[in-house]
Design a protein around this ligand. Structure first.
Ligand code: MG
Length: 389
């Protein structure tokens, strides 16, 4: 692929796939990664998984799928501007949330609590587990057999102990190295996307107001600018004119600041990016501060709103009930999942587990793969005597 910077991920120098395959004829290795992700079962399920608002609360809120698409388009813009590999950035973004449980962070926290004695549950690690082990598409291997660079990007965080079990892709957490720039970019694109769409969805749901948001300097600045330019504008167009400017501010700053850091660092290859002492993609100090204020506002005013809490409490209860029921009696699960609880060793991104830990992991995999509505249905099938099983 021409036009890439020296420090970008070049597909011809990929560290490859776990199971070697012939090179694709008309696509790059990273295009093939992206295509495999889009064709995966876990990707289709994202449409029925909660971002912040539960899917059945309304058709206009973001879901994990639309969130992932927004993340990917933000990353592609920045990747192109920085002469990074746009296809790899896109693939990482589309896959970054594949391991998310139903019901957003509430679901993940609940499942993590259930798994305390069995190695815990972490959605990043689960995303890697989905693409490495759980997808059943190909005759010759489990998972999607993605390139190292894509897997490296999907695994955003990882504990030291889990890293020890992951082989090559875990090494950077042990050696304290950076991932490639496309992966670093995906993290920022994720944050830019959710901060802004959560503002829009929060206003739409009536949980936060424009008046409250005036306390956030980044919002206030563009609010005043839009008001001055379009004094009669109101409603959703007014909100969106503000948010498109906020997104543009963040993306532009990210590109400019990253370009400046890359220039100063003089890194000349992805290997040098990985061994650089700090991440080279990032905001300027001023914008980092502005972005942080927006993030804190959302944490306090939206994610802790009593209506959101009611939903998250219910969600935690559903996940915990499902886990307890299936862990106590795996025979309640559909046959293929029940069979995995009986297999001697349950393979996973975090090693191979036997006995109760293997059983717990198989239950967690089943629950994590559920969509919101499937989890609710399973819950009522198990706990509501009037419901058909
Ligand atoms: Mg995300």
């Amino acid at each position: 692929m021409s036009g890439l910077a020296a420090y970008a991920a070049h597909p011809e120098h990929t560290r490859g796939r776990r199971h070697p395959e012939p090179a694709p004829e008309y696509r790059s290795e990273y295009q093939r990664d992206r295509d495999r992700i889009v064709h995966s079962t876990a990707f289709r399920r994202l449409v029925y998984k909660t971002q912040v608002f539960v899917n059945h609360e309304g058709d206009l809120y973001r879901t994990r799928l639309t969130h992932s698409l927004e993340v990917a388009q933000i990353a592609r813009t920045a990747a192109r501007a920085l002469k990074l590999n746009e296809e790899l950035s896109e693939a990482i973004c589309l896959a970054h949330d594949l391991g998310h449980t139903p019901f957003g962070h509430a679901g993940q926290d609940a499942l993590n609590e259930c798994m305390t004695d069995f190695g815990g549950f972490e959605h990043n690690l689960q995303s890697l587990r989905v693409v490495d082990e759980l997808e059943e598409h190909y005759a010759e291997f489990d998972g999607l057999n993605l390139t190292f660079e894509c897997r490296e990007g999907i695994l955003k965080h990882c504990s030291y102990n889990n890293a020890l079990l992951l082989g090559e892709v875990g090494e950077r957490f042990i050696n304290r190295q950076q991932p490639g720039l496309e992966a670093q970019l995906a993290n920022f694109a994720d944050e830019i996307a959710y901060n802004n769409h959560d503002v829009e969805d929060g206003i739409r749901a009536g949980l936060i107001s424009i008046e409250q948001l005036l306390a956030v300097p980044l919002f206030r600045g563009y609010h005043d600018e839009v008001q001055a330019k379009y004094p009669a504008l109101a409603g959703r167009r007014f909100v969106y004119e503000i948010l498109r400017r906020v997104i543009n501010h963040l993306v532009t700053d990210l590109i400019d600041s990253s370009a400046a850091r890359l220039g100063k660092s003089a890194v000349r290859s992805i290997a040098e990016v990985r061994s650089h002492p700090y991440a080279l993609i990032g905001f300027s100090d001023t914008t980092r501060e502005l972005n942080y204020t927006l993030k804190s506002f959302l944490r306090e005013q939206l994610y802790k709103h009593y209506k959101v809490r009611r939903m998250t409490t219910k969600a935690r209860r559903v996940v915990r009930d499902l886990f307890d029921a299936f862990f106590t009696d795996p025979a309640l699960m559909p046959d293929e999942h029940e069979a995995r609880t009986r297999s001697e060793l349950v393979p996973g991104a975090a090693g191979r587990a036997a006995g109760p830990a293997g059983r717990a992991r198989a239950v967690a995999d089943y629950i994590a793969g559920m969509t919101d509505r499937y989890a609710i249905l399973e819950h009522s099938r198990l706990f509501d005597p009037r419901e058909r099983t």
